[in-house]
Design a protein around this ligand. Sequence first.
Ligand code: UT7
Length: 331
Amino acid sequence: MNSNYKSAILGIGMAVPSKVLTNFDLEKMVETSDKWITERTGIKERRILEDGENISKYAIKASIEALERANVSPKELNLIICATVTPDYLIPSLSILVQEGIEAVNAGAFDLFATCSGFIYGLAVADQFIRNNPDWKILVIGAEALSRKTNWKDRTICVLLGDGAGAVVVGKSPQSENRGILDFFLGADGSRWPLLTLKGGGSCYAPFDKRLPEEEYYIKMQGREVFKVATRMMEKIALELLKRNGLTNEDIKLLVPHQANLRIIEYLRERLNLPKNKVYVNIHKYGNTSAASIPLALYEAEKEGKLKEGDLVLLVAFGGGFTFGGALLRW
Ligand code: UT7
């Protein structure tokens, strides 16, 4: 083992469905309004898979872009980790469909199920592999088809969710540069799992089990309660990562939080005493895309010139389970 090696993001890609569902479209579907959704969540629109489309298409597209930008060929990949709770199928996994789609003939592949924190968990797993196998190249994907698990009659959830995919290639950080993944925080708290669930279709209640009401085959959330825990945990993770690395809020160039609610992001920004231009937000365009949310935000931040080589970036996520996580990296 050579733990002197740091891992780094070598390339990033993203892909979202072209179908846009606006707040005004939702007004025609449930008792809601653009005003309510905008004020309570910050969301204006989200991307949704067309009927007959699968999220694997977008996971593959995002992966190809990430590989091209990293200048890594699919054959060089050793591992594909796909963070998702909405794979095309249960068998095969989404990562296997990507493995086939990009012809990564030398790679192992598995899905990682950690809800909205999945991408950070995936980065943490990739980092461990790179530290032990510095020549490995690993594709970490966050991809979700949440629209397929959305109850379009439930206004408390259907206004929040969207679909999309982001991918990064992780490899050894170039020795000459001070770039890479510096630290992680991973956590979980199962004590309040009933606050955010998707019960139907697992091994407890198989598909079409008559004992379970139909609404349980979709994502359900007690939003207000989840909100309280999310704000507390995200602040705690951010402060813990800064403290144990001897850093302060002044050192952060960009905070890239999970995009679940603009009010949660604003709360975090204020608690960390960061100016608006140091917190990346794209929730208005995509809604909450769970494991895809952070890679979509990272991608767009970079495209907009908000991430420069050497910048200190803080990622923080929180999701159902609960799971939570953070990562500190030098871009
Ligand atoms: O990504 C995983 C983690 N997820 C999160 O972190 C999400 C956390 N939660 C939230 O973001 C927010 O709690 C929500 C956006 C889900 C809800 O916002 P809220 O300010 O907490 O609203 P609420 O649930 O307290 O509901 C306020 C009112 C209720 O009406 P009454 O009881 O006050 O008459 C709801 O019935 O708003 C009503 N409401 C709506 N009204 C219009 C709930 N959903 C809607 C809607 N349109 N879509």
